[in-house]
Design a protein around this ligand. Structure first.
Ligand code: FES
Length: 149
């Protein structure tokens, strides 16, 4: 595991050789690094279920969720490089300042359903069903603000 360590004043990669564990995701290994050789490693996570987005980082240069990326899906025999998301300002190690997300979430108006139909029942039109499906499938890297809505 090759992990980016540091902050804006200076950073470098640190290598950690960790035992292989069947079924592990990258977040599991990061936790083991933190509870073992690097207790001061800064990282963020919350749900470990691919819902909150707080574990977002770059794995081998690609933005992904640490909790949803299986170790056995990554190239074997090569270091797995974990770096903070380049999109956001660095705080320290794998933690970035995502306050911009919260600012943008405040600009999104809350959902307000239209009136019910004449029989008093709310119904979705097919176009809204399709829109909800495409929106759900497009969120492979979830937004950290889902709990704010
Ligand atoms: S901890 Fe990974 S998405 Fe929530």
């Amino acid at each position: 595991m090759r992990v980016w360590r540091g902050d804006l004043s200076g950073a470098d990669f640190a290598d950690y050789v960790m035992p292989r564990v069947e079924g592990a995701v990258v977040l599991d290994v990061i936790h083991r690094v933190q509870t073992g050789p690097a207790p001061d490693l800064a990282r963020r996570w919350n749900c470990k279920a691919g819902k909150c987005g707080s574990c977002s980082a770059e794995i081998n240069g690609i933005p992904r969720l640490l909790c949803m990326t299986r170790m056995d899906a990554l190239p074997e025999g090569e270091p797995v490089t974990v770096t903070p998301l380049r999109t956001f300002p660095i705080v320290r190690d794998l933690v970035t300042d995502v306050s911009f997300n919260y600012e943008m979430a405040r600009l999104v108006p809350p959902f307000a359903p239209g009136p019910p139909e004449a029989d008093g029942i709310y119904r979705m039109t097919q176009i809204d069903v399709e829109r909800a499906r495409s929106s759900a499938s497009a969120s492979s890297v979830s937004c950290a603000n889902t709990s704010a809505t």
